[in-house]
Ligand binder design. Sequence first.
Ligand code: KG4
Ligand code: ZN
Length: 384
Amino acid sequence: MPDAYILGIESSCDETAAAVVRSGEQVISNVVASQIATHQPYGGVVPELASREHLRAIVPVVRQALAQADQTYNSVDAIAVTQGPGLAGALMVCISYAKALAFALDKPLIAVNHLEGHIHAVLLEERQKGNHEVQFPVLALVVSGGHTHLYLAAQKNQGWTYENIGHTRDDAAGEAFDKVAKLLGLGYPGGPIVDRLAPHGDPTAVKFPPAQIKHRDRRDHRGPKEVESDHPRFDFSYSGIKTAVLRYVEIHDMRQSIESRRRALANISQPQLENYLANSDKKTLDLVASFQRAIVEDLVGKTLAAARAYDVATLFVTGGVAANNELRQTFEQSGAQDGLPVYFPSRPLSTDNAAMIAAAAYPKFLAKDFAAMDFSAEASLSLR
Ligand code: KG4
Ligand code: ZN
């Protein structure tokens, strides 16, 4: 089989990305234009602004990805694009662009699920390191700003299948990081800031009760017996901890210091760790460290329980939150205790990128699983 060079395009949230990947195993170029500066003043992603920024960025980002890969529009073998899940308007920008390219160049067009992309980021980098022998069954935790999902991933013929065995009932883990950082006047996106501040606080200072999930998932249509027996579920919930942080802030009279931090940081164009530290007292740092510890323990505890219940051979941890230092260390230590190999993408491929989209497209390219020209964006596309 000759090498296949796939151009991947991704715009599901606040990053416009393009990449060229060779045969699902080597990143040739990987360009990401971040919109952080656009959304920062609002403390979160504004969908309409995201679509406009994607429109501005898509042409130069694709050109740069091709140039860095020493490829041209004509030399690539296929064009892959994210179909969903994500912001509908944002997805539409890259889908329309990818369709136009594929039509004009007469190249195959491949539609990719964003979550499948996060899973294939791990496979891509393992192959790049020379590891072609991932052991099955594989359990993948996709933990990002929009998802906290557990999938059993299996390879069938040339393609992949996924079984969801757990998801968040409310907020995603990354969403909790972002909301708590916003609440504490630390800005957006919260995950990377909390990650860097947490080592400066005491993670045992504030005790958060473990997340309680009392009700059955109403979206789960299987009978109670089936759920409990051979297909146990491992769901997450992170809206409670966000409320607990809010309550802590109110009880400990932290409003005023939060406001002064917010104002001080707003006056600095690109705040550095020293700026965050200079504007954070011990109480805030302890709260940040304790919050991160609680999220990490919950994610690791539930995921490893699922890994044991399904007797998996390998664990993948991927998505934006997989960039978190404490999460990586805890997964590595706890996985080693259980004799379970844990694979993460490198940090640049943990957060949104297009190399993962081009990698996930490769098995579809081999299977000639091409998209029709009239396929559309699916904001809540599920993975199976
Ligand atoms: O995968 P991603 O780039 O986009 C989505 O598909 O959502 O994930 C973005 C999320 C944000 O919530 C961000 O705060 C979080 O990942 N994140 C982190 C870190 N880096 C990004 N969370 C914790 N620690 C980090 N280092
Ligand atoms: Zn993502």
